[in-house]
Design a protein around this ligand. Structure first.
Ligand code: UD1
Ligand code: CA
Length: 453
C-alpha cells in the first residue's frame, strides 16, 4: 500500500505566512499528523504533493522516507494526484489522504483498506446534515455507488443528498493511472476532479465500496483558524479521554494540553491548566498541581508538584515535593525526596537524596550531595561573564541563608556555611566557615537631629 498526501492547497483563509499544512495541532504541523498516520499503516511509500510555500513545507519535514511531488498550479485534486504518479509503483493500492485533514484514525483507514481488498475502489463517506460545499455520493436504486458529483455541478435533486465525499479513498494503482489519464476539466470549476474516477470505475466494472468513520471529526479539514482551534479541542479531548481510560485522574478533561507524548502510571492526578510538551513520563501517584508546564521530563512515583511550576529536560526522583513557583531547567536531576520550594531555580545540577532548597535560591551547574540544606537566598555564582564553573556541595552540608558560592568551589561534607557568607575559597568538611564583616556596636551613638536655622 502506498500513500499520496495532497498538500498543495494555499490556505489563504488562514491569513498566515505559515503554509496551511504546517499550522499546528497539538504543537505539530497538521501534515506531520497525517504522515504519522500513514506510517502506522505500514505504507511502502509516502508521497506528498506540495505547491506554493513548498520550500517551507519541505524544510519543515526533512524526513528521508518521504517522496515529494510538486504541483506548481492547482488545477484540481485529480491533477494533484497525477503529479504523484511518477513516484508510485504499479502494484497494490494507493490511499489518498489530505494534509489538512489531520485527525483520521488509523483504524478507520484500515477498514477502508480492507474494504478495497486490493482490487476495489474504497471511499470514505460521511453523512452531513448540512452538506454544503461537499461532493455528493450518488447511489443507484439498489444502493451501489455510481459517481461523485461536486456541489457546483450538482442538480437541485443531487444537492439534497447528505452522504458526502470526505476525499479519502483507496484505489488500485494500475486503474488509477489509467483513469487519471482520462480526466478532463470540463466542469463548473474548470478543474481536474479526482472524484470523476468513480464513474470511470463503475463504467469499467470495478466495484466501488463505501465505508464510514466512527466519528465525523475524523474527516474534517481545516481552512481557517477557527476550524484549527475546533480540531485542536477535539484532539485534546481524545487525548484526555485516553488518559482517563488508563486510570489518570484529570480534574477537568477540557483543561489539559498535551503537545507530545504523556505516559502515566496508575493513579496520576493532574489539576487544571497544565501543558505537557515533548516526552513526559509520570510515575505512580504523581500529582501535578494547577498550571504547571512540563517539557521532556521524567518524574518518579509519589512526587508532588504544587501549582505554577515549570520543568524542562529534567529527571525527578520519587517522593519529591516541588513548588509552588519552582523552575527546573535543562540538565537537572533530582534524586528521591528532594524538596524544591517557591522561587527556586535549578539548572544543570544534580541534587542527591533528601536535600532541600525551599525558598528563593539559584542552584546552577552544581553537584549537591544528600541531606543538604540550602537556605533562603542562596546563589551559586556560576558565571564570570565569560565562562561557567561548577559548585560541589558534600553530603549533610548546611548552607546558611543569603550565601553566595563563587564557583568553582567545593563545600565539604557536613560543613556549615554561616548566613550571609560570600564564599570564595573551598570550605572544609565538618567545620563552620563564614565570611562577613564582624558586627560591632557603637555604644551611646546618637542619631543626628535637624539643625535649627
Ligand atoms: C474535494 C472533493 C469533494 C469533497 C471535499 C472534501 C474533488 C474534486 N472534490 O473538494 O468531493 O467533498 O474535497 O473536503 O476532489 N488540493 C491540492 N491540489 C489541488 C486541489 C486541491 O493539493 O489542485 C488539495 C487541497 O490542499 C486540499 C484537498 O486537496 O487538501 C481538497 O481540496 P479542496 O479544494 O479543499 O476540496 P474540493 O476540491 O473543494
Ligand atoms: Ca477546490
Amino acid at each position: 500500500m502506498q500513500v499520496i498526501i495532497l498538500a498543495a492547497g494555499q490556505g489563504k483563509r488562514m491569513r498566515s505566512r505559515l503554509p496551511k499544512v504546517l499550522q499546528p495541532i497539538a504543537g505539530q504541523a497538521m501534515l506531520r499528523h497525517v504522515i504519522a498516520t500513514a506510517r502506522k499503516l505500514q505504507s511502502s511509500k509516502i508521497c506528498v504533493v506540495y505547491g506554493h510555500g513548498g520550500d517551507q513545507v519541505r524544510a519543515a519535514l526533512p524526513d528521508a522516507d518521504l517522496a515529494w511531488a510538486e504541483q506548481a498550479q492547482q488545477l484540481g485534486t485529480g491533477h494533484a494526484v497525477q503529479q504523484a504518479m511518477p513516484h508510485i509503483d504499479d502494484d497494490g493500492i494507493a490511499l489518498i489522504l489530505y494534509g489538512d485533514v489531520p485527525l483520521t484514525r488509523v483504524e478507520t483507514l484500515q477498514t477502508l483498506i480492507e474494504a478495497s481488498e486490493g482490487k476495489r475502489v474504497a471511499l470514505l463517506t460521511v453523512d452531513m446534515p448540512e452538506p454544503k460545499g461537499y461532493g455528493r455520493i450518488i447511489r443507484a436504486a439498489a444502493g451501489s455507488v455510481q459517481s461523485i458529483v461536486e456541489e457546483k455541478d450538482a442538480s437541485a435533486e443531487q444537492r439534497l443528498v447528505t452522504e458526502v465525499n470526505t476525499g479519502i479513498l483507496c484505489v488500485p494503482v494500475t486503474h488509477l493511472r489509467r483513469w487519471l489519464d482520462r480526466l478532463s476539466n470540463h466542469n463548473a470549476q474548470g478543474e481536474y476532479y479526482l472524484t470523476d474516477i468513480i464513474a470511470m470505475a463503475v463504467a469499467d466494472g470495478v466495484e466501488v465500496a463505501a465505508r464510514q468513520p466512527a466519528a465525523v471529526w475524523e474527516t474534517l479539514g481545516v481552512n481557517n483558524k477557527l476550524q484549527l482551534a475546533e480540531l485542536e479541542r477535539i484532539h485534546q479531548r481524545n487525548i484526555a479521554d485516553s488518559l482517563m481510560e488508563n486510570g489518570v485522574t484529570l480534574i477537568d478533561p477540557s483543561r489539559i494540553d498535551v503537545r507530545g507524548e504523556l505516559r502515566c502510571a496508575p493513579d496520576v492526578e493532574i489539576d487544571v491548566g497544565c501543558v505537557f510538551e515533548g516526552e513526559v513520563e509520570l510515575g505512580n501517584d504523581v500529582r501535578i498541581g494547577a498550571h504547571c508546564v512540563l517539557k521532556n521530563v521524567k518524574i518518579a512515583a509519589g512526587t508532588r508538584l504544587a501549582p505554577f511550576c515549570h520543568l524542562e529536560s529534567a529527571e525527578i526522583g520519587a517522593h519529591c515535593i516541588i513548588g509552588p513557583y519552582a523552575r527546573i531547567r535543562p540538565g537537572t536531576t533530582l534524586a528521591d525526596e528532594v524538596h524544591v520550594g517557591n522561587f527556586v531555580e535549578i539548572k544543570n545540577s544534580a541534587i542527591a537524596t533528601g536535600s532541600k532548597a525551599n525558598h528563593l535560591a539559584y542552584v546552577g551547574d552544581a553537584d549537591v550531595g544528600s541531606n543538604v540544606n540550602i537556605g533562603a537566598g542562596v546563589i551559586t555564582v556560576n558565571y564570570d561573564g565569560a565562562n561557567k564553573f561548577r559548585t560541589t556541595i558534600g553530603d549533610n552540608a548546611f548552607i546558611g541563608s543569603d550565601t553566595q558560592l563563587v564557583a568553582p568551589i567545593t563545600v565539604g561534607a557536613g560543613a556549615t556555611i554561616a548566613a550571609g557568607t560570600t564564599l570564595t575559597a573551598n570550605a572544609p568538611a565538618g567545620e563552620l566557615t563564614m565570611a562577613r564583616a564582624r558586627q560591632t556596636t557603637v555604644v551611646g551613638w546618637k542619631r543626628p537631629t535637624k539643625r535649627s536655622q
